[in-house]
Design a protein around this ligand. Sequence first.
Ligand SMILES: Nc1ncnc2c1ncn2[C@@H]1O[C@H](COP(=O)(O)OP(=O)(O)OP(=O)(O)O)[C@@H](O)[C@H]1O
Ligand SMILES: Cc1ncsc1CCO
Ligand SMILES: [Mg+2]
Length: 337
Amino acid sequence: MSDDSHASCCTDAHGANGHDHDEHGHCADCHCANAGNASNSNIATASAHADDDELASLRHGIAQAVRDVKAKTPLAQSFTNFVTINLVANAQLAAGGTAAMSFLPDDVIDTASISGADYINVGTLLPFYADALPQIARAFRKSGHPWVLDPVAAGIGRTRTEILRAFRATPPTIVRGNASEIIALADMWGLNQSDGNNPETRPAGVESVDEVDAAVEPAKRLARFLAASAPAGKAAVAVSGAVDLVTDGEQVYRLPGGSALMSKITGAGCSLGGVTATYLAVAEPLTAALAATLLYNRAGEIAEAQADGPGSFQVHLLDALWNLTPEQVAESAIAMQ
Ligand SMILES: Nc1ncnc2c1ncn2[C@@H]1O[C@H](COP(=O)(O)OP(=O)(O)OP(=O)(O)O)[C@@H](O)[C@H]1O
Ligand SMILES: Cc1ncsc1CCO
Ligand SMILES: [Mg+2]
């Protein structure tokens, strides 16, 4: 595991920052496990440099994605739940994109030709969605159109399970959800060590009952599955919580911050999914997922400092989404695992 301070600490046996390592190689200052002998030190040095290079390149891409959205105002279309539909559209606009909401398959499929990416959120379902959503996903698949899935309340109800199972054949580019939803989706796609009816998977409603840490392996398996099916071979999974996690199936990134008040308004997660689609309209999946998650964490912190409670928090959250700069987003802490 490394983050910025770790990578810069463990560039040699004694640490570039003057951190000392004990005889077991443990760093007293940043809890890394850099070994004190020369060959291990060289390996650690090389790996720290590789992490540094990778993070620098990711940060460049994240800043560019935030900048491109502000400059190009891309459309990301949404088929989303009617509890939080307004916040999703406003958040996409505040990030610099544009929004269009629709529930008619022909409408959604036609609009995809001018939409950079789509967002599907299964929070509130109507009977006709059981046909409409798989039909839309098949059309996206056929045209190679990128889309983000928020599997809200995965594991609850026969219709939702039927729809989410159907997406396995025509998968999204990014899955974004809370920990319980990611675990449940990986389970119903047969990616966990279970038969898809895992008694350990608890249906969670729209709120998570699991910690992000419990979703690391399911998230990685999901991301690898999505990448293997993606036309360009690239995909990502984002798990939200106190410390968010983003993975492309190989590398795991942990993104700390945000605000506990985000779970006291409805739709912080849904609108994060919509904004992820906005970034997916201009960037690769991993970059898009990281950019949106970092933007939300920074915006949540700013909003918390200004809010008196959930009502004003939502207003300040939208303002912060609008005001944050590409540099502020890209300079955020990212811990690599
Ligand atoms: N305890 C917390 N501390 C900091 N940030 C949090 C906390 N809980 C959630 N968040 C942030 O809130 C946002 C939404 O995450 P959350 O896990 O609540 O989504 P969700 O359950 O899908 O929400 P919803 O379904 O209500 O839209 C993310 O940006 C996440 O980082
Ligand atoms: C409260 C709620 N119910 C269905 S969707 C939704 C929004 C949060 O996911
Ligand atoms: Mg949610």
